[in-house]
Each structure stands twice: as C-alpha cells, then as structure tokens.
Design a protein around this ligand. Structure first.
Ligand SMILES: NC(=O)c1ccc[n+]([C@@H]2O[C@H](COP(=O)([O-])OP(=O)(O)OC[C@H]3O[C@@H](n4cnc5c(N)ncnc54)[C@H](OP(=O)(O)O)[C@@H]3O)[C@@H](O)[C@H]2O)c1
Length: 258
C-alpha cells in the first residue's frame, strides 16, 4: 500500500535506537524526509548514515529533546514538519515512597512537557497547511499502570489527557493526534529493565526474561520495525479519520474485550 507520504517532512524524536529508530526507518521508506535526534552523536550518526544509504533524506540533530535548547535545535532543523513523532527516554523505575519531587519534575518535563512543547510549536502550522500527523509514543502504562513505573504512569497519562481535546480541535483541518502505547518491545531499554529486575531479585536475567515472555500472549517481544510500521500507517494519507486514539501494541497482554 502506498501511504501517500512521499515528500512529507517528519521530526522523529529520540530516534538513534529502539522505537524512535523503528519509526524513522518506516517513514523514510515511505519517502518522508526525516529529522532525527538523540543525545549520543555516534549512534545517531550511524542511524542517519544507514537511513541515508537507502536513498532517503535524513538530518541528524544531536540534542537532549527534554531541554528547551534541544527542542530549539530540533525545530531549527525542521521548522515546518508535516509529521511529529514525540519520544524520549522513559523515567526510571522505583517506589513512590522514595521518589523526590525532583524525580517527578524530571518525569513530567521529559514525558509530558517536552511533547506538549513540540506539539505547540508545530501543530498550528499543520492546521494552516491542512495536513498534519502527530503520534506520541507513550506506554502501555496509560491503559494499565505498572507497579514499578509510577513516574511513567503519571507523566504519560498526563500527556494523553492534555492532547485529547486538542485532537478534536484540529481534526477538521486534516491534522490528527494519536498515541501509540508500546507493551514489551525488544530494545535496549527493555533489556536494561530486565537486567535491573534480575539484580534486585538476585536471579539470572534469563529467569526474568522467561517470566515476561510467558505473560505475553504473542509469546515474544514486539520489534521496533512493527511499531514503526503502525506509526507510519497512522501518519499516512489514509489515516485522516483516526484521531484522539491510543493504540495499544502489547501482543495481547492487556486482557480487555474492547
Ligand atoms: N521498549 C519497550 O518495551 C517500551 C515499552 C513501553 C514504553 N517504552 C518507552 O518508549 C520510549 C523509547 O524506548 P526504547 O525502548 O526505544 O528505548 P531505547 O532503545 O533505550 O532508545 C531510546 C532512544 O531515545 C534516545 N533518547 C533518550 N533520551 C533522549 C533525550 N532526552 N533526548 C534525545 N534523545 C533521547 C536514545 O539516544 P541517546 O541515549 O543517545 O539520547 C535512543 O536513541 C521510552 O520512553 C520508553 O520508556 C518502551
């Protein structure tokens, strides 16, 4: 299926690895010019080089997207994107009892304020031009909170609520805003989380891994390419009637009928 995206411009945040990279690759394959960012220059440049080798136009911006200066640099590289994929590293696990107010501020800044700032800077241009696709990469914690991820539960649900009305306000101008809610995907983040859980429980990481896999009806982790393909479809010319939705991708883990 031709997604009708040739020549469109996209900002894909936090995209040197993992889910962001999966989105950048999928959009680039559709002929979208992608501006990607990450803090580490080496991985970002390697990803940019690999995408450019496919013939796509790619602009890497080394920055911390959770800072104002970082977002300014990103928007300077692509001031009028047709597509915005918001993403950043997730907050650390822990327990409510031990989190400081500073921990909460960092989580809210990274996973709620940062996407809101980028949306605010880009959505009105999309409205003016009559086309826009915004996808926020959040988490399955939006549907079902995870005990060890209270910072993530709070910040991501905040973002989801913050854009729910905006999605309806801009829908008449062919601008959509949706969330993608990843369950367990095989990325560095997941491997690190499994490793941490194994250390806390003093068991081999293979035990944590086997338990997690057993809890996923699909019997495996998702891949960044699968998430990228779903995001590319939500950004496509065919998806203008899908907005204000939050699509869970968790291999069937959340046991809901609807
Ligand atoms: N993988 C999962 O199973 C899963 C499930 C639910 C939710 N999520 C969420 O999805 C997001 C992406 O996770 P992932 O699994 O793709 O992680 P990952 O494999 O660790 O990749 C994270 C990417 O984001 C970049 N990044 C992190 N913080 C950044 C910042 N402040 N500014 C710019 N770039 C930044 C990293 O590069 P640098 O470190 O060089 O900046 C890297 O390219 C996270 O918020 C995570 O919590 C993941």
């Amino acid at each position: 299926m031709d997604l009708g995206l040739k020549g469109r411009k996209a900002i894909v945040c936090a995209a040197s690895k993992g889910l962001g990279k999966g989105c950048a690759e999928a959009l680039a394959r559709e002929g979208v010019d992608v501006t990607i960012c990450a803090r580490g220059a080496d991985a970002l440049n390697a990803t940019a080089k690999a995408i450019a080798a496919t013939g796509a136009k790619v602009t890497p911006v080394v920055c911390d997207v959770t800072t104002e200066a970082g977002r300014k640099a990103l928007l300077a590289a692509c001031p009028n994107p047709d597509i915005l994929i918001t993403n950043a590293g997730g907050p650390p696990p822990g327990d409510f009892k031990n989190f400081t107010l500073d921990d909460w501020r960092k989580a809210v800044e990274g996973n709620m304020i940062t996407p809101i700032a980028l949306i605010h800077a880009t959505v009105y241009g999309m409205v003016e031009r009559g086309f826009g696709r915004i996808v926020n990469i959040t988490s399955q914690t939006v549907k079902a909170p995870i005990a060890s991820l209270e910072l993530s539960n709070g910040a991501r649900l905040g973002l989801t609520g913050a854009v729910a009305v905006l999605a309806r306000k801009v829908a008449g101008r062919n601008v959509t805003i949706n969330g993608i809610l990843p369950g367990p995907f095989a990325t560095d983040r997941l491997l690190t989380n499994n490793q941490r859980a194994a250390e806390v429980r003093k068991v081999p990481v293979s035990v944590v891994d086997a338990e997690r896999l057993a809890s996923i009806p699909a019997g495996r982790y998702g891949t960044p390419a699968e998430l990228g393909a779903a995001v590319a479809f939500l950004c496509s010319a065919h998806a203008g009637f899908i907005t204000g939705q939050n699509l869970l991708m968790d291999g069937g883990g959340f046991p809901a009928a609807v």
